[in-house]
Design a binder for this molecule. Structure first.
Ligand code: ATP
Ligand code: MG
Length: 422
């Protein structure tokens, strides 16, 4: 016998039992984004490979080793998106969304990265993110952080820690970078393999190495904070003051860095210690240089992305009583005419009784076998329509979860009866 085909490693089905939790997260998040005036942007999951090379940068983990890249039939190199910021910028430039306008946008969808799968780290995973264009901050940076805090509140998630940092401008970082490289070069012998590689290509990334030895080594390195100009310092001070005024606790984590030139000033992450090494549930920051780098007019930008699977794990721990998708009624149909007319009756009832969850029996069978299915469906009651009932213009109502006599309701009164029951 042929071997069953399985899902690709690191890619998962979200089974029907789990979807209520996903819906809860999606609905809450959408309504928060909506309440802040953000609008949804949907982009294709496939883009030209060049887009990610030019935006994320050749010397990042994503572009170096994590992208799903393939050749289209016409020879173009395409890539399944590993993140969505690049696509938002591409779409914004292409459709003129940034011309003298402020845009507050959000997106939701699957991203693809060829990483080693583990808890909280998959090859297909979902992100919900927001991006704001045309504002230099720090007010909008604060808004973004408040917005994420509101999402945790609506999801009932507690204990997430906000970490912030500033990266200054690319000119300030260039000066700092030299000092950092000088410091690390003197200690070249102590660098691990990754850090040695990054020393030339992307030295700032060494600061956020997960290797404890590297963390110890960089603890004594020069600090970017000391290389900031007055404007960047003021930006960061206002950010901190804004967070304090809004009552958002934060810690400054100077290891929070992004290696690329287009980043500017604010970076932030929301982290938890409940997910092991995969503790970041949301990462964001300012990327003032990217729109121009991708060919648009210089446009300041800030955004964040949340990892949905990691949030789902936190929600599962909370065991929130979600409204289960249980049926109200199961329509039992015995006989040719009831089967034909029952389908139409059910359709009319769904139209006339808002919110009614009604499943119609399909496939025929005896009363007994249909009642068994009605019971297994989880419905509160069965509606019973046989030839006799139809002839009398009535329907039987049998309660499946409580001791109660079967009732009879005139077909004409049925919609009103159900409206009162659900
Ligand atoms: P990490 O350091 O965990 O690899 P990252 O810096 O690559 O994260 P970002 O590109 O900033 O992550 O993505 C934002 C968020 O998306 C992360 O904080 C995380 O919650 C989620 N995320 C990133 N990669 C994955 C993945 N492979 N599987 C599941 N969630 C992910
Ligand atoms: Mg990663």
């Amino acid at each position: 016998m042929a071997k069953n085909i399985q899902a690709i490693r690191g890619m998962h089905d979200i089974l029907p039992d789990k979807s209520p939790l996903w819906h809860f997260l999606e609905q809450q998040t959408r309504s928060v984004l909506d309440s802040y005036g953000y609008r949804e942007l949907r982009t294709p999951v496939v883009e030209m490979t060049e887009l990610f090379k030019r935006s994320i940068g050749e010397v990042t983990d994503i572009v170096e080793k994590e992208m799903y890249t393939f050749e289209d039939r016409n020879g173009d190199s395409l890539t399944l998106r590993p993140e969505c910021t690049a696509s938002c910028v591409r779409a914004g430039i292409e459709s003129g969304l940034f011309h003298n306008q402020v845009q507050r946008l959000w997106y939701y969808g699957p991203m693809f990265r060829h990483e080693r799968p583990q808890k909280g780290r998959y090859r297909q995973f979902y992100q919900i993110g927001a991006e704001a264009y045309g504002l230099t901050g720090p007010d909008i940076d604060i808004e973004m952080i408040l917005l994420t805090r509101r999402i945790w509140e609506c999801l009932g998630l507690e204990g997430l820690e906000l970490q912030i940092n500033t990266l200054g401008t690319s000119a300030e970082r260039a000066v700092y970078r030299e000092q950092l490289v000088a410091y690390l070069s003197e200690r070249r012998g102590q660098l691990d393999e990754d850090s040695l590689r990054r020393l030339d290509s992307n030295p700032l990334r060494i600061l956020d190495s997960k290797n404890p030895d590297m963390q110890e080594l960089t603890a004594g390195a020069p600090s970017l904070m000391d290389y900031l100009g007055e404007e960047s310092k003021e930006h960061f001070r206002s950010l901190c003051a804004g967070l304090e005024a809004a009552g958002v606790p934060y810690v400054v984590n100077t290891r929070l860095v992004r290696g690329l030139d287009y980043y500017a000033r604010t970076v932030f992450e929301w982290v938890t210690d409940r997910l092991g090494a995969q503790g970041t549930v949301c990462a964001g920051g300012r990327y003032d240089g990217l729109v121009e780098q991708l060919g648009g007019r210089a446009t300041p930008a800030v955004g964040f992305a949340m990892g949905v699977e990691r949030l789902i794990v936190l929600l599962e721990e909370r065991e929130i009583p979600l409204e289960l998708q249980t049926l109200d009624a199961y329509l039992v149909l015995v006989g040719d005419t009831p089967q034909r007319q029952g389908m139409l009756l059910a359709d009319r009832l769904r139209r006339e009784v808002p919110g009614l969850r009604l499943m119609t029996h399909c496939g025929g069978g005896s009363f007994k076998s249909q009642f068994k299915k009605a019971d297994r469906s989880g419905a509160r009651f069965a509606l019973v329509l046989g030839e006799d009932e139809l002839a009398q213009g009535i329907i039987g109502v049998k309660y499946l979860r409580e001791e109660r006599e079967q009732e009879q309701v005139a077909l004409d009164d049925l919609a009103g009866y159900l409206r009162e029951k659900i």
